[in-house]
Design a protein around this ligand. Structure first.
Ligand SMILES: Nc1ncnc2c1ncn2[C@@H]1O[C@H](COP(=O)(O)OP(=O)(O)OP(=O)(O)O)[C@@H](O)[C@H]1O
Ligand SMILES: [Mg+2]
Length: 316
């Protein structure tokens, strides 16, 4: 059994206008020693899906179906005490735009020790030693333990967030858009760090991004999301070389390589649908150049093609 198994997960936001089907029947797994990239355009449900893994979904959002099995236990039915332990030592997450979440009036060392002291029975002195070790681990000199967030650049703050997230030795790390908004050189440095942590700590990671080029070196496998659903899952190399789903093909055309110029998703005509009344059949059909009648009528089921799992009617 994999470390994490997400099965048929459904998360809806119940708004006045109707139910937003943000995550609609999504399944994936993460093995020990594996890094999964979760990619897709803004609003396709990436953050919502991982929020459920941390049991952070709150009204108007609700998990309306599915299972999230971590190390044999279903997170959806865990007690609050079990969830507290899970968030401390089981699964850690660096939130989207997390750099801004650092407390501006507290030193970074203090912020790391607070997390450690909440979850571990060790002395204050020991927690400061650990905080320094954590800073070194993420490539920040331990002498900076008494610095305040404003004394760090955006990329360095993101390193601090990773130091906090890994301070209690989690068994799974979730990174939500960890390099978005940073310049390309800083992005590269952070990706190198993430790779180093993955290897040194043997830490499985779920890496979320809307930019396919940044996962090439980090993730062994990828799940491509579109409008609340996964449309294709494959090894990263194989997805790059041979994308099967028309949406994956468009994504790869949009983000040719980490160094190359990014054309962005404007290269796919149209916009993702609203998730209150998503298109019937395949949700991608209004933007798909290969759409035929069945795509407008029937939801495609997953099939295997060249070792990929793909939900598309047009594959043979
Ligand atoms: N609190 C909320 N109330 C209603 N709808 C919401 C709420 N939070 C998110 N949504 C909707 O759920 C869908 C999925 O949002 P989510 O933030 O999970 O997407 P995402 O893939 O992480 O996007 P991004 O790349 O912009 O971070 C979107 O259509 C969004 O508008
Ligand atoms: Mg998000």
């Amino acid at each position: 059994m994999a470390l994490l198994e997400v099965e048929n997960l459904k998360i809806y936001y119940f708004t006045r206008e109707g139910a937003v089907k943000a995550v609609d029947d999504v399944s994936f797994s993460v093995d020990r020693d594996e890094t999964l990239g979760l990619i897709g355009e803004s609003g396709c449900g990436k953050t919502t899906a991982v929020f459920a893994i941390m049991r952070f979904v709150a009204p108007p959002g609700r998990i309306v179906g599915g299972k999230i099995i971590f190390d044999g236990n279903d997170i959806i039915t865990m007690s609050n005490e079990e969830i507290r332990l899970l968030r401390g030592k089981g699964i850690a997450m660096v939130f989207q735009a997390a750099q801004n979440a650092l407390n501006p009036v507290m030193t970074v060392g203090k912020q790391i020790t607070e997390v450690i002291l909440e979850h571990e029975r060790i002395t204050k002195e020991e927690s400061w030693e650990r905080a320094k070790r954590q800073l070194e681990l993420v490539g920040i000199g331990s002498e900076r333990v008494k610095n305040y967030p404003h004394e760090f650049s955006g990329g360095m703050k993101q390193r601090v967030m990773i130091a906090i997230a890994t301070a209690c030795n989690p068994r799974l790390l979730i990174l939500d858009e960890p390099v978005t908004g940073l310049d390309v050189i800083v992005q590269r440095q952070l990706l190198t760090l993430i790779n180093k942590l993955r290897k040194e700590l043997r830490l499985p990671i779920i890496f979320i991004t809307h930019d396919l080029s940044v996962i090439a070196e980090t993730c062994g496998k990828v799940a491509v999301m579109y409008a609340g659903k996964i449309v294709e899952q494959a090894s990263t190399v194989s997805l790059y070389e041979n994308p099967v789903h028309p949406y994956s093909q468009a994504l790869i055309r949009a983000y040719p390589s980490i160094k190359g110029e990014k054309r962005g998703l404007k290269s796919i005509p149209g916009a993702p649908p609203r998730l209150i009344n998503p298109p019937i059949g395949c949700r991608f059909h209004p933007r798909c150049p290969y759409a035929v009648n069945i795509c407008r009528e029937e939801e495609p089921i997953f099939r295997k093609k060249n070792g990929h799992l793909v939900a598309c009617h047009s594959i043979k």
